[in-house]
Write a protein that binds this ligand. Sequence first.
Ligand SMILES: Cc1cc2nc3c(=O)[nH]c(=O)nc-3n(C[C@H](O)[C@H](O)[C@H](O)COP(=O)(O)O)c2cc1C
Length: 169
Amino acid sequence: MEKSEILKEIIESRKSVFPKDYSGEDIEQGILEEILNSAQFAPNHKRTKPWRFKVFKGEEKNLLGQKLAEIYKTQTAPEVFLEKKYLSISEKISKTNIIVTISVNFSGLLPEWEEIAATAMAVQNMYLTCTANNVGCYWSSPGMIKHLDGFLGLEENQKCYGLFYMGKI
Ligand SMILES: Cc1cc2nc3c(=O)[nH]c(=O)nc-3n(C[C@H](O)[C@H](O)[C@H](O)COP(=O)(O)O)c2cc1C
C-alpha cells in the first residue's frame, strides 16, 4: 500500500473506543512507548512542547480511580449524587489497561490556546498510533479533572485537560 493510502486508512478508521469494549489484555510496553513517542512529533509554536502526560497502570491506576470517585462524591451535591455513577467510575478504570492523564504546561511565551491546541494535536497522534496498533482509546474530560491538579503534582502553570483511556480490542 502507498504511504498516503495507509495514512488515509488510519485517519478514517480512528474512532473512540470505550472501556466496555476493551479485552482486558495488556498493552505491550513497546506499543505503549510508540504511542507516547508519537505525541512528541506534534507541531508546537516556539518549540514549547506544552503537553505533559502521566501514565497510570496497575495499582497507580486503581489509586487514580479511587481519587476520581472520591472527587465525584465530595464535589457533587447530595440531591444530584448518583450511586450508580459513583460505582461506574472505578468500574470503567478497572476495565482499562492504561490511563494517561493529559495536562498542559503554560510557558507564558504564547497565548494559552496555542498550547492547548498543540496538546490536542499530540493526543491525536496518540489516537492514530493506537488505531494502527489495535489499541482502543478515547479522550475523557469529566468535571472531576478540575480537582486532580494536587494528586497529579501539577505546577501553578499547568492544568489537567483529560484522561486518555487505553485498552486492547
Ligand atoms: C477534547 C475532547 C474531550 C472529550 N471528552 C469526552 C468525554 O468526556 N466523554 C466521552 O464519552 N467522550 C469524550 N470525547 C470523545 C468524543 O466523544 C468522541 O471523539 C466523539 O464522540 C466522536 O467520536 P470518534 O472519536 O469515534 O470519532 C472527547 C473528545 C475530545 C476531542
